[in-house]
Write a protein that binds this ligand. Structure first.
Ligand code: DC
Length: 224
């Protein structure tokens, strides 16, 4: 349990489409916390690789990660890469296809994790991704693992893509999600897994608001 107003770190992990980004953003707004979208940082590095023609495992990319500047604005809504707004570009299919290969490189992860821990030290935060509960904030006050069925996650992703006027089918999106799950959970460094002390929340049949309320009730049980 946590006193309202005291510093808090909430870490949340889960696979693509589990709802963690939307849920974390909503909780950040409701509780006045900083929101950290860790996947956006791996996406920004992936964009850097594409823009500069560098392979995911090239030493040059590792050097660039050390010198590039990644910054969030508007509480996570905008991401700047070397002062340029890349919020839209990091969500393109080209980045989607390459990001897991970039995120598996240990030297890249090390730099990104350091950066995330610096952001976390600034104050109360809700951070989400694949290794926030296990590696980035192992001593977080609260840990959650969000999950949902593959079909439900594919439906959510398809709706997002359609909203961006991207053409896709449920079968193709489901296959892409299975592939990404496999890469995220079986990679050698920081694979996606539920931390032993994380509470698992199955979001398959829940609305965003239901998940948000459930988590807030867990953090501040006396505030209802
Ligand atoms: O959550 P997302 O779809 O934006 O994440 C993009 C990719 O980044 C995903 O394939 C896994 C990787 N990632 C990671 O390895 N560690 C994190 N903490 C967050 C994301």
């Amino acid at each position: 349990m946590k006193e309202v107003g005291s510093q808090v770190t909430i870490a949340m992990d889960g696979p693509a489409g589990s709802g963690k980004s939307t849920v974390a953003r909503r909780i950040a707004e409701k509780l006045g916390l900083l929101y950290l979208d860790s996947g956006a940082m791996y996406r920004a590095v992936t964009l850097l690789a594409l823009q500069e023609g560098l392979a995911a495992d090239s030493p040059k990319l590792i050097d660039r990660v050390k010198t590039c500047h990644i910054e969030f604005m508007d509480n996570g809504r905008t991401i700047l890469l070397d002062t340029k707004d890349v919020s839209v570009q990091i969500r393109t299919p080209a980045v989607n296809r390459l990001v897991a290969d970039v995120a598996k490189i240990p030297e890249i992860r090390r730099e990104i994790v350091k950066h995330q821990q610096r952001i976390g030290a600034e104050g109360s935060i809700i951070a989400e991704g694949r290794d926030l509960t296990t590696i980035v904030f192992p001593n977080a006050d609260f840990k959650f693992y969000l999950d949902a069925s593959v079909t439900e996650r594919a439906k959510r992703r398809l709706a997002e893509l359609q909203a961006q006027n991207e053409k896709a089918t449920l079968v193709a999106v489901e296959a892409e999600i299975r592939e990404r799950d496999k890469k995220d959970t079986t990679r050698e460094h920081s694979p996606l897994r539920a931390a032993d002390d994380a509470a698992t929340v199955d979001t398959t049949d829940k609305t965003i608001e239901e998940v948000v309320d459930l988590i807030i009730a867990h953090v501040y049980p006396n505030e209802r």
